[in-house]
Design a protein around this ligand. Structure first.
Ligand SMILES: [Zn+2]
Length: 468
């Protein structure tokens, strides 16, 4: 017999597998051994075969099970900065608020920030996220281990650029590369394999060619990914085209120097022309689409065009000061609506069928898994894959009545309908209570830490209205 708690049998649920056939079981069951799915199918087959060897049996009648959702663009170190940069332009956002804030964070601040961020991610059904790049990867790795979640962590890396805080301005290319290589060796595969370490490039304006090329060489050598903000604003393209002498912007240039490839996760990718969409498709670049933060500061990414060209598109929330909701559930809803609306501006006609619900679900599951280079392990519920899953309780006023469950998952579901979350075969949330960390304690410590950073960084948030 297996040891204590090694096997779990979940049955009676409506299961959306997101497997290659997009199979859905009306009354389905999953048998889990340790960290993996050992059997999956109709309850009538699975229950009698495995009920005797299950250490835990859970009747999930009336509930739905979906694969763990994957958030492919997160700034864990910005979680404590929620609300410090609302309604300001991008340069004020970056130079006067976020960079001073992040550069004044201690390792302990980053640890708390990642824990607080993780709590919000787990509540929205996320089992894996890709960090865009913070300063304290060691603290992030420890927090991820504690949370029980899965993550691809990256260090924010910059060896040139204007407006950088003093403590960041002096970093040499050698140091950028060396530190990341050390982090890879120390943390890649830690937390029982749940932590992956990637190479980070903040954005092209903060990277010399030397850094870009050495990053690519190292990511290829270690068979890991590169997370980079790409083509965020028109100014970026204009600057790149003038300074680096290419016809269009960042993507054209990255293609020219050989940086595009299947291990590049390009966040935002808003300002890309049709030729650049083709370049991304041909080189199998992965895109993280961040609907809320794009709408706030960047613009409308050509997501339909990317999907038509065969680009792998996933979904990200971005960081708390640019969203401010870190819910992938809200992001799925927005992603669909934005691109239905965008058709009106680009084609002069309406198209409510643009980016339908099943397409959005793919982006948040199998698309996300490809984006984080783990499509053979996560992203769908299949025998042999990791047991990363979410239990949804649809029996609330937010979702009733249900006539088309797949549409309901994207258009009606709220974060509050996420009931339980399992990652790597372990429950990390049950009935909306996170089991791995103390949520109340972390919130209290996080508020204190956030206030401390604001003071040290000398950031003043102007008062709105007549606050008495
Ligand atoms: Zn970002």
């Amino acid at each position: 017999m297996p040891g204590m708690g090694r096997t779990k049998l979940l049955h009676g649920a409506w299961i959306v597998t997101m497997d290659p056939d997009l199979k859905v079981y009306n009354d389905g069951a999953i048998f889990i051994l340790d960290d993996r799915i050992k059997a999956l199918g109709p309850s009538s087959d699975i229950f009698p075969s495995f009920s005797k060897e299950a250490d835990e049996t859970l009747d999930l009648s009336g509930h739905w099970i979906i694969p763990g959702l994957i958030n492919t663009h997160v700034h864990t170190s910005q979680q404590l900065a929620r609300g410090i940069a609302d309604d300001v332009d991008l340069l004020t956002w970056l130079h006067e608020r976020i960079w001073p804030f992040e550069s004044n964070m201690t390792t302990e601040d980053s640890f708390l920030s990642t824990l607080l961020c993780g709590i919000e991610l787990i509540h929205s059904g996320v089992t894996c996220f890709a960090e865009a790049g913070g300063q304290h990867v060691d603290a992030m790795a420890h927090a991820v281990e504690k949370l029980g979640i899965r993550a691809c962590l990256a260090r924010s890396t910059m060896d040139t650029g204007e407006g950088l805080p003093a403590s960041w301005a002096s970093e040499s290319t050698d140091s950028c590369v060396k530190i990341q290589e050390e982090l890879f060796k120390k943390y890649h595969g830690s937390a029982c394999g749940r932590v992956h370490v990637w190479f980070g490039l903040r954005q092209i304006l903060n990277a010399t060619d030397d850094l870009l090329l050495r990053t690519k060489e190292l990511a290829n050598k270690y068979k890991t990914g590169i997370h980079m903000h790409v083509a965020e604003i028109p100014y970026e393209n204009k600057y790149v085209s003038e300074q680096r002498h290419v016809e269009h912007g960042t993507v054209t240039y990255l293609s020219k120097i050989g940086l595009l490839g299947s291990n590049l996760l390009a966040a935002h990718s808003v300002w890309v022309n049709p030729n650049e969409v083709d370049l991304m498709a041909k080189s199998s670049v992965k895109v993280s689409h961040c609907p809320a933060s794009n709408l706030r500061m960047l613009g409308f990414a050509p997501i339909q065009e990317m999907l038509s060209a065969g680009v792998c598109v996933s979904i990200g929330t971005d960081g708390a000061p640019s969203n401010n909701r870190m819910s992938i559930v809200d992001e799925m809803y927005l992603a669909s609506l934005i691109h239905k609306g965008k058709v009106v501006f680009t084609k002069g006609t309406t198209d409510p069928s643009a980016l339908p619900a099943e397409c959005i679900l793919k982006m948040a599951t199998v698309g996300g898994a490809k984006a984080v280079l783990q499509e053979h392990q996560i992203g769908s519920l299949e025998v042999g894959k990791k047991a990363d899953l979410v239990v949804i309780n649809p029996n609330t006023w937010t979702m009733m009545p249900i006539h088309d469950p797949i549409a309901s998952l994207v258009y009606s579901m709220r974060t509050e309908n996420v009931d339980s979350v399992m990652c790597d075969g372990q429950w990390i949330m049950r009935e909306k209570r996170i089991l791995t960390v103390n949520e109340d304690e972390i919130m209290k410590l996080a508020v204190e830490a956030a206030n401390g950073i604001l003071k040290r960084a000398n950031i003043c948030i102007p008062r709105r209205m007549n606050v008495l």
